[in-house]
Design a protein around this ligand. Structure first.
Ligand SMILES: CC(C)(COP(=O)(O)OP(=O)(O)OC[C@H]1O[C@@H](n2cnc3c(N)ncnc32)[C@H](O)[C@@H]1O)[C@@H](O)C(=O)NCCC(=O)NCCS
Ligand SMILES: Nc1ncnc2c1ncn2[C@@H]1O[C@H](COP(=O)(O)OP(=O)(O)OP(=O)(O)O)[C@@H](O)[C@H]1O
Length: 201
């Protein structure tokens, strides 16, 4: 059972591709963002450490972490982002590695696809057979993030500036998917080809 890592900048289309891998190929998909959100819920592994570090000002009335507030804090302050990453990333990677092991034991899925913007920085090459880079030009990404999530251009930029540049993604990955076209079928065809040519299936 192969493990495919899907990476790329914010809004490049990683989740869209994961959804296709699940629908078309019945891959088990794991989204690191979602794992991170889960581990931040009250009572979960990293909740207490985050509240201790960033203070109760980031909490909602029901004691859950207000991620929008936390995001505003960290995406404008590199030091705080590094601190948050150091609390969240090891727990997320450990959780994902254990899910992969479960799938390996059960042997029911053709492959696993793990998705995150930070697969390269966090050395997911140690648990993935290949890393694939999803590219879309920055204007398309800003436009899509504004339309689907209401992100302002400034918010998209504040996230982008904390992510790796295009050339590092290209150097570090084994396959590049260009998701700039608005015709998503073009993207799906690249995936179909990549899966065959790279022996993932
Ligand atoms: C800052 C947080 C609270 C904002 O939460 P929110 O729900 O508003 O946004 P979401 O998690 O969907 O992130 C939006 C996008 O920002 C980018 N992003 C998230 N974290 C990071 C980071 N540490 N560095 C660079 N980009 C990041 C990703 O492209 C992501 O898809 C959250 O992103 C977070 O906890 N980040 C730190 C942990 C992390 O890196 N998680 C992602 C993979 S483990
Ligand atoms: N080829 C495409 N044409 C038009 N819209 C697209 C295309 N690909 C993705 N989108 C849309 O762009 C938005 C961002 O895509 P998606 O959520 O898949 O990005 P992502 O890389 O997973 O983002 P994040 O880094 O935040 O996790 C979504 O609303 C999605 O439907």
């Amino acid at each position: 059972m192969k493990v495919l890592g899907i990476t790329g900048g914010v809004g490049a289309g990683k989740s869209t591709i994961l959804d296709y891998l699940n629908r078309r190929y019945h891959a088990r998909i794991i989204e690191a963002d979602k794992v991170g959100h889960f581990l931040m819920e009250p009572g979960q592994k990293v909740y207490y450490h985050i509240v201790e570090t960033f203070g109760s000002g980031i909490l909602r009335g029901d004691q859950s972490i207000d991620r929008q507030k936390l995001g505003k804090l960290v995406f404008d302050d590199q030091e705080k982002l590094v601190k948050l990453n150091s609390l969240v990333h090891p727990a997320v990677k450990e959780y994902i590695a254990s899910e992969i092991e479960k799938e390996r034991k059960e042997g029911k899925v053709p492959f696993v696809a793990v998705e995150a913007a930070l697969l390269i920085e966090d050395h997911y090459d140690t648990i993935c057979d290949e890393l694939w880079y999803v590219y879309a030009d920055e204007d398309a990404r800003r436009r899509r993030l504004a339309a689907s999530r209401g992100y302002t251009s400034a918010k998209s930029d504040s996230i982008m500036k904390n992510q790796l540049p295009d050339e590092i993604f290209r150097e570090s990955c084994q396959f590049v998917i260009d998701n700039s076209s608005e015709i998503v079928q073009n993207t799906y065809e690249q995936i179909d080809r990549g899966l065959k040519e790279h022996g993932i299936l």
